[in-house]
Design a protein around this ligand. Structure first.
Ligand SMILES: Cc1ncc(COP(=O)(O)O)c(C=O)c1O
Length: 402
């Protein structure tokens, strides 16, 4: 067996299984008629998808490539949720034929579905714009509001429903609401339910039997700095959603609740390893050059802290001669000035030759890292059992799709 060469990611199957079990046991308790649909864009490495697909989880996909990859990795087309504003004709055609749930993002998309379906009966989900449901100060996208979904306020939902009413081969069976929030508070989910209920009642949409409430649940990735333990638990989230749905007259018998966890499901299950190369001092600060990069674990350079997530694994054979340094900054291998990781306040004790492990970096990391920037992307390794590691390779066809 090859040995992993740093920098590399290590995916841990057992942690994916535990994560899904804890979501499912809570969700089943509060709303038995449910589906967990994994947001594939969060981490679409095949070994990750293959583990998740075996656990009766659906796939939430937003592109042709994700849709095809998800099926190659064991998800059924029927248990796919097709989201996003950029669905190609072939993606829509295949989704219609297989009975996947299509959440349309605009009136224009409904017109395309009608044309492509050519008379075949289609049950659609409609993604509603969430700007009237969630306080803009808590939206990750900021004051400009969300760009996704159909706006009720601007009359576009009315227009969409009228269009559907004129066509006997199309019905609206689902409402989808997703909003990335900063606070990830359970109260936001109560608001989403309230808004869903208001729309269903106000527009008297009798055909609704699915409510897809999206993702943005709290997760370990965000439990940085002082956030540790501050997120609601799964029970907090699901009891809030279930209470609010029941209060508004919905029951689990008649309504399927879909959730689309991304980071909350996968962030905990992947770690990143890099090696310390050499040390230097600049204006009194100790910098440690590493062979990895911040672009692999924080591609948008937005993470405020890595506190509590870095572990130093000493290079044992040379331990006797090693000099231990307290480093304030880790220096990435890309030669971008910004490619640095501050560990100020809690200097890291490490030495050239040591390995550093960054824990819980499974979400929005590898998938957003450039395929080729100065160096090839990091290796990916998969651990099915402790000590049993295999090298994972991304399918070649992905880069050749267009
Ligand atoms: C429609 C949709 N569903 C689910 C998710 C997953 O969100 P998260 O990773 O916060 O759980 C996203 C992410 O942006 C999304 O856009």
């Amino acid at each position: 067996m090859d040995n992993p060469k740093t920098p590399y990611f290590l995916v841990d199957e057992a942690r994916i299984v535990v994560s899904i079990q804890s979501i499912r046991s809570s969700l089943d308790r509060y709303w038995p008629n449910n589906a967990i649909s994994y947001s594939v864009k969060t981490n679409s490495i095949p070994c990750v998808l293959k583990v998740i697909s075996k656990l009766d989880v659906w796939a939430e996909v937003v592109s042709d490539a994700e849709y095809v990859l998800a099926q190659e990795c064991g998800f059924s087309a029927r248990q796919s949720i097709c989201n996003g504003p950029i669905k190609s004709d072939s993606f829509l055609k295949s989704a219609i034929e297989s009975g996947a749930l299509i959440n349309v993002d605009s009136v224009a998309e409904v017109i395309r579905v009608m044309q492509i379906a050519a008379g075949q009966y289609v049950k659609l989900g409609v993604r509603l714009n969430a700007n009237d449901a969630i306080d803009s100060s808590d939206m990750m996208c900021g004051d400009g509001g969300s760009r996704f979904g159909v706006s009720e306020r601007d009359g576009e939902l009315r227009c969409l429903l009228d269009l559907v009413a004129e066509n006997k081969n199309i019905s609206v069976s689902g409402i989808h609401l997703h909003c990335n929030t900063k606070g990830r508070r359970k109260e936001n989910y109560a608001r989403l339910v309230e808004y869903f209920s208001k729309i269903v009642h106000q527009y008297d949409i009798k055909s609704i039997d699915v409510f897809d409430i999206g993702g943005s649940f709290g997760h370990d990735f965000d439990k940085q700095g002082n956030m540790f333990g501050l997120w609601p638990s799964w029970d907090d989230y699901f009891s809030t959603i279930a209470n609010e749905l029941s209060k508004n007259g919905f029951s689990s018998r008649a309504l399927k609740l879909i959730i689309e966890p991304g980071s909350s499901l996968i962030s905990d299950a992947m770690d990143y390893y890099t090696t310390c190369l050499s040390r230097k001092t600049i204006f009194g600060k100790t910098w440690m050059q590493i062979d990895g990069s911040r672009i692999h674990i924080d591609p948008h350079f937005t993470r405020k802290s890595f506190l509590g997530t870095i572990e130093c694994i000493a290079n044992l054979p040379v331990q006797k001669e090693r000099s231990q340094y307290f480093c304030s900054v880790l220096s990435g291998n890309t030669c971008l000035e910004k490619d640095r990781i501050y560990v100020d306040g809690h200097p890291l004790e490490c030495s050239p030759g040591d390995k550093l492990r960054f824990k819980r970096v499974g979400a929005y990391t590898y998938g957003l890292s450039p395929c080729m920037f100065i160096t090839p992307p990091p290796e990916i390794w998969f651990m099915a059992k402790v000590g049993e590691m295999t090298r994972e390779r991304m399918p070649q066809w992905i880069g050749k799709m267009h």
